[in-house]
Design a protein around this ligand. Structure first.
Ligand SMILES: *Cc1c(COP(=O)(O)O)cnc(C)c1O
Length: 382
């Protein structure tokens, strides 16, 4: 696997091989079944996974699609967002969140985040609204739920659609409720490294709204209502049978894997809490973060990243350049200073290795290395 480094006891950021080894027989059997049934695109395996995932999400409708980016694109269209409409989201996310808006001819605008949660700041959101604003996409970054109540309240008052980006947040809870049931539609990615990952591209839109579900279902498959009847021009955004069969095998284990992620995060917290240079992730009381990433903050981020890399530890930065400063969004006219909280986060954030198969000993080794690098950098600074 490309994600294994050459140092013998190296610890990668994620280890997909370790997970495959733990479920190899069941996965191989599932893949063989799809091939035997030639159920390659859509079909019974996709339908079963959709049912299972809807139930897991606590919503009546789940539509399997080609990837998380297309889930966002189809959810926007399904919610009635049109070319020329404005959609608000945050700059500290993967580009797909904003890209989906551009893909349908709408205009993305950014809103800063709360510095404590790294998720959308509802007060800033209210200030950013214009008469053209049609939707908002809160991102549950790193698996931490955005503060949804003020967003939902504001959206209801202003007639704005809320489309959750839960690509990093399978199974997250906000105030005891699944984030998958909050808003008009919620979008998931099953990119291999996500908390629930396929063995290729896949995604899903989930919703309580039957009309949104019906539109998304139609749009993902060439605007079809029957085999050769097309209500509208749609897309080819269907899910593969092999991916659905793999996801069904993995979904049964997602709760256990999520609990393990939470345990590992708590271990990191306990091991690192006394280090003065670090800010550790927090949780909102009543909410459940699912730790797609365990992201710490430090002004010494670049030294720490370099030191960990020397020690064979695969840390990562999510994300080094906020979207409003990307060349792709230059035309929007934002500058350095436009979103100070998102900018500070991109300078200081560092994701430490975390995956369910990680051992307690590996967590201790990462924490010890963090401590050693920071102690060393203090000496250099003196
Ligand atoms: C992964 C991701 C996406 C895109 O999902 P793909 O399946 O890769 O298209 C969108 N938003 C966020 C926040 C993501 O992390």
């Amino acid at each position: 696997m490309a994600n294994r480094m050459n140092i013998p006891d190296a610890i990668p950021l994620v280890d997909l091989t370790a997970q495959y080894e733990s479920i190899r027989q069941e996965i191989d059997r599932a893949i063989a079944g799809v091939i035997r049934d030639t159920a390659f695109i859509s079909g019974p395996y996709v339908a079963s996974f959709e049912k299972e995932f809807a139930s897991y999400c606590g919503v009546p409708h789940s539509i399997g699609v080609s990837n998380g980016t297309d889930a966002l694109r189809l959810a926007l269209l399904g919610c009635g967002v049109r070319p020329g409409d404005e959609v608000l989201t945050v700059p500290n996310t993967f580009i797909a969140t904003a890209e989906a808006v551009g893909m349908i001819g709408a205009s993305v605008r950014f809103v800063d985040v709360d510095p404590n949660t790294n998720t959308i700041d509802a007060t800033a959101l209210e200030r950013a609204l214009t008469p053209k604003t049609k939707a908002v996409i809160p991102v549950h970054l790193y698996g931490r739920p955005a503060d949804m109540d003020p967003i939902l309240k504001l959206a209801a008052a202003k007639g704005i659609r809320v489309i959750g980006d839960a690509a990093q947040a399978h199974g997250a809870l906000y105030g005891g409720r699944p984030i998958s049931a909050l808003g008009d539609a919620v979008c998931f990615s099953f990119y291999p490294g996500k908390n629930l990952g396929a063995y290729g591209d896949a995604g899903a839109v989930v919703t309580k709204d039957a009309a949104v579900a019906q539109r998304v279902r139609m749009l993902r498959d060439h605007g079809r209502t029957k085999k050769y009847e097309h209500d509208v021009e749609g897309f080819n955004c269907r899910m593969d049978g092999i991916q659905a069969a793999i996801l069904s095998v993995k979904l049964k284990r997602l709760e256990a894997w999520t609990e393990r992620r939470r345990t590992l995060a708590a271990q990191y917290n306990a091991l690192l809490q006394d280090l003065p240079d670090l800010r550790l992730p927090t949780e909102t009381p009543g909410s459940r973060s699912v730790y797609h990433l365990y992201a710490i903050r430090t002004a010494k981020r670049d030294q720490l990243l370099a030191g960990l890399s020397k020690a064979g530890i695969g840390a990562g930065i999510h994300y080094p350049i906020p979207l409003h400063l990307q060349p792709a969004y230059k035309h929007l006219g934002y500058r350095l200073g436009s979103f100070p909280n998102a900018e500070a986060q991109s300078r200081e954030t560092l994701s430490l290795p975390l995956y369910p198969e990680m051992t307690d000993a590996q967590v201790i080794r990462v924490a010890d290395s963090v401590r050693a690098v920071l102690a060393g950098s203090a000496l250099v600074a003196d």
